[in-house]
Design a protein around this ligand. Structure first.
Ligand code: NAD
Length: 444
C-alpha cells in the first residue's frame, strides 16, 4: 500500500522504514527540512540500531521524505499521524496533533476516493474520536466513516531496540471508528501473521497505550521505593532482594529443557535513579491529569510520578554521604541518554543530576557514547563533555553511573589501569558491588 506518515521522529521514521521493509511504499513528512534532507540521503536523523542500514537500502525506491504534507496525503491511501504529544504541566499538549489533522483534512478536501487517517501518537482517550475527527471534518468538508476512515494504532516500540520491537511486536492494536477503518489497517499489518491483533474502538486503543506505560512506570517506582527502604534500613541490598523476588514463578518460566528463564518484566523490577524518556514521564502525568478532569483522582499513579521525580536526588544524597561538602569535588557523570542505545535525552535523570551537581559546586565532566552532542545545549554551561570514557573518569573523585551503556562495563578496568580509586555510585545497579574498591549505589 502507499502510506504517508506525518512526523519523522523515533516513532514516525521507524514506522516508515519498517512499513517500507515489509513491502509498502512510504512517504515520510516532517516540518523540519533538515530531517527530510537527511532521510532522503539515506541517513537517519536519530540514533537507532539498524535504522541507517535500512534507510540506505530503502531510500528512494520504497521510502522518501518531504515537507509537502498535502502531496504526501494525495499520493497515499493511508496516513499515520506520529507527531509529538508533550505534557504542558497541566494537560497533554495536542497542538501538533490538531495542526497535523487540520493539514491532512485540507489535503483530503482535494482528494477523490477513500482515505484512512490513523493516529499513532500517544493521545489521551477520546482524542481521535473528538479532536482529530473534528479537525479532519472541519477542514476537509467531508464526513468520517463515510468519505474517509479514522483509526488509532498505538505504538509500543522502545527506543534503542525500536526496529526489532516494530518488526517483532508483542501485539498490534487497531482502533477504528468503523469496520472499514480497521480493515484497511489490518491490510497494512498483513505480513505479521503470527502476532496477536486486537481490534477495538479508538478510545480503548488509546487507553491500552496509557495503561501499558503506567504499569511499567508503577513497577519502576515500586522497585525504587523498596530500594530506598533497603538503603534506609541498612544491611540489606535491594539488588539481592530483587533477585530473590524475580525467582518467583510469576516472573520466571521453566523451559521444556528445564532451564529457568527470567521474564523481561523483571528489568522493570530493579533499583535505579528513575525512569525518563519521551514516554513514561509524560504519559503517566497526562493520564493522571486526564482522569482528574473526568473527576477520577489517581493517587497511586501520582505517587509513582512523585517517587520518580524524587529519585535523581537520591544520587546526590548518596554522594553527600561520602562528600558532605561538594564544592570542588570532581565528578564524572556517565550516561546522558535516558536509556542505553539511544541518543534521546528527554526527561533523562542525568539532566537534573547534572544541575544539582553544578548547583552544589561540583566540577562535572559528563560522557555519553552517543548523546554528548544532543545534551550539550541543555547541560549547564560549566559541565565539560569528555571525548571518551577514559577521559571522563581519568581524574575524578567520584563517578556517577546513570545509564546502562554496555561500554560502562569497562569502568572498573579503566580505573584500575589508571591506578585510581574514586567512589563509584551506581545509579542503575549495573556493575557488581565488588567491581571497584569504593562502590555505592541506589538500594544499597
Ligand atoms: P519526536 O518528537 O521524536 O518526533 C515528532 C516529529 O514530528 C518531529 O520530527 C516534528 O518535527 C514532527 N512534526 C510535528 N508537527 C508536524 C507537522 N504538522 N507535520 C509534520 N511533522 C510534524 O516524537 P516521537 O518520540 O517519535 O513520538 C511521537 C509520538 O509517539 C508521541 O505521541 C509519543 O508519545 C509516541 N510514542 C513515542 C515512543 C518513543 O519511544 N519515542 C514510543 C511509543 C509512542
Amino acid at each position: 500500500m502507499r502510506v504517508s506518515i506525518i512526523g519523522t521522529g523515533y516513532v514516525g521514521l521507524v514506522s516508515g522504514a519498517c512499513f517500507a521493509e515489509i513491502g509498502h511504499t512510504c512517504i515520510c513528512v516532517d516540518v523540519d527540512p533538515r530531517k527530510v534532507d537527511r532521510i532522503n540521503r539515506g541517513e537517519a536523523p536519530i540514533h537507532e540500531v539498524a535504522l541507517d542500514e535500512m534507510l540506505r537500502r530503502l531510500v528512494p525506491e520504497r521510502l522518501t521524505a518531504t515537507t509537502d504534507l498535502t502531496r504526501a496525503v494525495l499520493d497515499s491511501e493511508i496516513t499515520f499521524i506520529a507527531v509529538g504529544t508533550p505534557f504542558d504541566g497541566k494537560h497533554i499538549d495536542l497542538r501538533y496533533i490538531r495542526e497535523a489533522a487540520r493539514q491532512i483534512g485540507a489535503a483530503l478536501r482535494e482528494k477523490r476516493g477513500y482515505h484512512v487517517v490513523v493516529v499513532k501518537s500517544t493521545v489521551v482517550p477520546g482524542t481521535t474520536d473528538e479532536v482529530v475527527r473534528t479537525a479532519l471534518e472541519e477542514t476537509s468538508g467531508k464526513k468520517a466513516g463515510v468519505d474517509f476512515g479514522l483509526g488509532m494504532n498505538p505504538e509500543f516500540l522502545t527506543e534503542g531496540v525500536a526496529v526489532s520491537d516494530f518488526m517483532q511486536p508483542d501485539r498490534i492494536v487497531l482502533g477504528g471508528i468503523d469496520a472499514r477503518s480497521i480493515a484497511v489497517q489490518r491490510g497494512i499489518y498483513a505480513p505479521f501473521t503470527t502476532t496477536p491483533i486486537i481490534e477495538t474502538t479508538c478510545k480503548t486503543a488509546e487507553m491500552i497505550k496509557y495503561v501499558s506505560n503506567s504499569v511499567l512506570a508503577t513497577l519502576i517506582s515500586f522497585s525504587n521505593e523498596m530500594a530506598n527502604a533497603c538503603s534506609a534500613m541498612g544491611g540489606v541490598d535491594a539488588a539481592d532482594v530483587m533477585k530473590g523476588v524475580h525467582l518467583a514463578r510469576y516472573f520466571t518460566t521453566t523451559m521444556p529443557s528445564g532451564e529457568r528463564v527470567t521474564a523481561p518484566i523483571t528489568s522493570f523490577l530493579w533499583a535505579g535513579c528513575g525512569y525518563g524518556g519521551s514516554c513514561l514521564p509524560k504519559d503517566t502525568k497526562a493520564l493522571s491529569a486526564h482522569a482528574g478532569a473526568h473527576g477520577q483522582d489517581m493517587p497511586l499513579l501520582d505517587a509513582v510520578i512523585r517517587t520518580n521525580d524524587e529519585q535523581p536526588a537520591r544520587m546526590m544524597a548518596i554522594l553527600r554521604k561520602h562528600f558532605p561538602q561538594l564544592r570542588g569535588v570532581r565528578v564524572a557523570l556517565l550516561g546522558l541518554a535516558f536509556k542505553e542505545d539511544t541518543d534521546d535525552i528527554r526527561e533523562s535523570p542525568a539532566l537534573p543530576i547534572a544541575r544539582m551537581l553544578v548547583e552544589a559546586g561540583a566540577i562535572v565532566t559528563a560522557f555519553d557514547p552517543i548523546a554528548n552532542s544532543v545534551a550539550a545545549s541543555v547541560l549547564p554551561a560549566s559541565v565539560r563533555l569528555a571525548n571518551n570514557l577514559g577521559d571522563a573518569v581519568s581524574d575524578v573523585d567520584a563517578v556517577l553511573l546513570v545509564t546502562r551503556w554496555d561500554e560502562f562495563r569497562q569502568v572498573p578496568e579503566l580505573l584500575q589501569a589508571a591506578g585510581k580509586e574514586p567512589l563509584l555510585i551506581d545509579g542503575r545497579r549495573f556493575l557488581a558491588r565488588t567491581a571497584v574498591p569504593r562502590y555505592d549505589g541506589i538500594g544499597l
